[in-house]
Design a protein around this ligand. Structure first.
Ligand code: KIV
Length: 275
């Protein structure tokens, strides 16, 4: 495979932080969404374990497996996007030991085609992160609201509102940079804290529900194109309403079948031609 000249890597992303060019990231889970995201010029495609909720309809991400994540990472990397492909390591696949973490991270690269992996958490995860970076795999950090800590946090709650917790998150971000992490997702924290972190470190911060002071932003593809009529968090901006577009298309299709309007002459002609 020849690499596209606009291919995004840890180097191009770091340059963007240096020059102040904002970074665009999207969570996507398959070939068509990866293809359109890449064609539009998205910098990072995160194959997020949010697929447990968005694709599988689960209430949280806790049951997502390594096999499922590798499968979806492969669908995304098959699009050969110019975007950097980062795979989320799901709950339980890096918590047991550094060896477990590095073995699973290697699977994401070898079997899924990932160009980096994302792990949630700060100081408790440093050993796992060190092991993966030592295996030459780029690691993206994730601080603030870490959805895999759902039960330990007592729910999906904004983090870093009290000073002690905010200081801890800032310290973790600084230490993650020292350990060689190439970027950090900052999820659901006060704008002011995300701004302090972004100023304190020289690697990019990618915000979600963390305000405008981050070096980039990430949203879930299905949320931002309005692919669902279910609840979406307040910080999401909907750039399209695909749910109603698709709903209308399906209604028209059903009507056309029932009325005998589909297939029409044109479609029948194509079928005849193929035969
Ligand atoms: O799983 C995911 O999609 C994520 C992003 C929302 C950062 O972790």
């Amino acid at each position: 495979m020849r690499r596209h000249e606009n291919k995004q890597t840890i180097i191009t992303l770091k340059k963007k932080k240096k020059t102040g060019e904002k970074i665009s990231a999207i969570t996507a889970y398959d070939y068509p969404t990866a293809k359109v995201s890449s064609d539009a010029g998205i910098d990072i495609i995160l194959v997020g374990d949010s697929l447990g909720m968005v694709l599988q309809g689960a209430p949280d991400t806790m049951k997502v497996t390594v096999e499922e994540m590798i499968y979806h990472t492969r669908l995304v990397s098959n699009a050969e996007p110019i975007s950097m492909v980062v795979a989320d390591m799901p709950f339980g696949c890096y918590h047991v030991s550094p060896q477990q973490a590095v073995e699973n991270a290697i699977r994401f690269v070898k079997e899924g085609g990932a160009e980096g992996v994302k792990l949630e958490g700060g100081r408790k995860r440093f050993a796992a992160i060190d092991a993966i970076i030592n295996a030459e795999i780029p690691v993206m950090g994730h601080l603030g609201l870490t959805p895999q800590s759902l039960h330990a946090l007592g729910g999906f709650k904004m983090q870093g509102k009290v000073k002690e917790k905010a200081d801890e998150i800032l310290e973790d971000a600084i230490e993650l940079e020292k350990r060689g992490v190439f970027a950090i997702v900052l999820e659901s924290m006060p704008d002011e804290l995300a701004g302090r972190i972004s100023e304190a470190i020289s690697i990019p911060t990618i915000g979600i529900g963390a305000g405008k002071n981050c070096d980039g932003q990430v949203l879930v593809f299905h949320d931002m194109v309005g692919f669902t009529d279910a609840y979406i968090p307040k910080f999401v901006r909907k750039y399209a309403n695909l749910y109603s577009t698709i709903h209308d298309a399906l209604r028209n299709y059903i009507d056309d079948i029932r009325s005998g309007n589909f297939p029409g002459d044109e479609e029948s002609f194509h079928i005849k031609k193929q035969l």
